[in-house]
Structure formats: C-alpha cells, structure tokens
Design a protein around this ligand. Structure first.
Ligand SMILES: [Zn+2]
Length: 208
C-alpha cells in the first residue's frame, strides 16, 4: 500500500515531476482521477461548488469520449483538466510507443499540458519522452479513497494529517472509490475551509 504522504526526500530526488505547488499561502490543489463518470463526477462538482472550490480532474480519454457533457461542465465551472491516458495502462508494463500513443489519444479531449500517469508508474524513457510536452503531476497527499480496506473516515484523516499549503491531494471520481469519497470529500472541504484555506485548480491545467 502506498503511504498517504510522499516523503520529501523522494520529492527532492525526482525533481522532474510536480509534487506540490510552491508557496506558503493556504491553498490546496484537490485532484480527481479516473473520471469523468455520471455516477460520481457531477456530485463532486456540486460539492466543490458548495465551497466555491476549484479542482483539477485527471480524466481518462475513453471516459471523456463517452461523457462529453460532463467534460464541458468541468470546464464551464472553472476547473482544471489533465490527461490520465486513454484507458489507464500501467507505464512500467507498457512498451514506450504504445504508452505514448495511449497518452496522445486522450490529449485532444483534455487539451492542457497537465498529465498524471496512472498508478504514478512511468519508465525513465516514458518520462523523458513526455516531459518536453507535459507537466507530469504526481502528488504529496493520497486520500487512499481507492483502497477498499479503508473507510471514509480514515481517508479524511489521511488528508487532514498530511495536507499543507500548496499540497496536491489525490481523490478518485470512480465507482471503486465512491463510498469513501462521498464521506471524505465533504469532510475535507469543510475542515480546510474552516482553517482558512481556499481550493484552486492547478494553473497549467486550465484550458485556453
Ligand atoms: Zn488513475
């Protein structure tokens, strides 16, 4: 199981990736991977709107193609979009050319330089090939909402314990994560809003 918090030494050793945003301002960058899907993503957008929160959605190209109206809504409501590949291959198990084609297939649907590799998995060659074109975004805080052994309260605590100014926090707008997300997202929004934080999209994930 991945730790909820990425050690700073690892962030320092892999400087080609975006782990968190610099600065001391009380701002969090919530990110949602693996959507958009009608069962979960519109609910996430409603929750964000209730706190005037902006976030970034790392979308699967295949899901964007199936649900273009949700993608339009994400854009229209001022959130960021990022590429999360066409159908979620694992980098370290996928030949370079196949992986790059999978990323390229999703790019017309997301359309910004933001890219997050599924599972955080990339070979050195994949990373090197993608870096001139994309900002490769990982995270410093995992909610763990995809982990079926956890409950929503635990996912909430993961974020509250580890997030700090500039943190990039991972959630999933997926069926697998839904039960935990529906507990953790409202709790995280309320907690950090109460602490004086605002919630912003990643600036390089904004269309146009
Ligand atoms: Zn994913």
């Amino acid at each position: 199981m991945m730790p909820a918090h990425v050690p700073r030494i690892l962030q320092w050793l892999l400087p080609g990736y975006v782990w968190r945003m610099p600065g001391r301002e009380k701002v969090l960058h919530l990110t949602f991977d693996d959507g958009p899907i009608p069962e979960v993503t519109p609910w996430v957008l409603d929750e964000l709107a209730g706190h005037e929160a902006k976030a970034t959605f790392f979308c699967i190209g295949r899901n964007c193609a199936a649900h273009p109206a949700i993608v339009d809504r994400i854009r229209a409501e001022g959130h960021g979009l990022g590429n999360h590949t066409w159908d979620h291959p694992r980098g370290r198990r996928t030949p370079l050319a196949d992986y790059l084609a999978n990323v390229s297939a999703a790019q017309p649907l997301t359309g910004t330089p933001a890219f997050r590799p599924p599972y955080g998995s990339l070979t050195r060659a994949q990373s090197k090939a993608l870096r001139p074109t994309y900002r490769i975004v990982l995270w410093d805080v995992l909610s763990g909402d995809y982990d079926t052994r956890l409950d929503g309260a635990r996912c909430t605590r993961n974020v509250i314990r580890h997030a700090r100014p500039g943190s990039i926090v991972v959630f999933h707008d997926s069926l697998k994560a839904e039960a935990r997300l529906r507990v953790a997202l409202p709790a995280v929004l309320a907690h950090f809003a109460g602490q004086g934080y605002r919630f912003a999209a990643l600036p390089f994930a904004m269309a146009g």
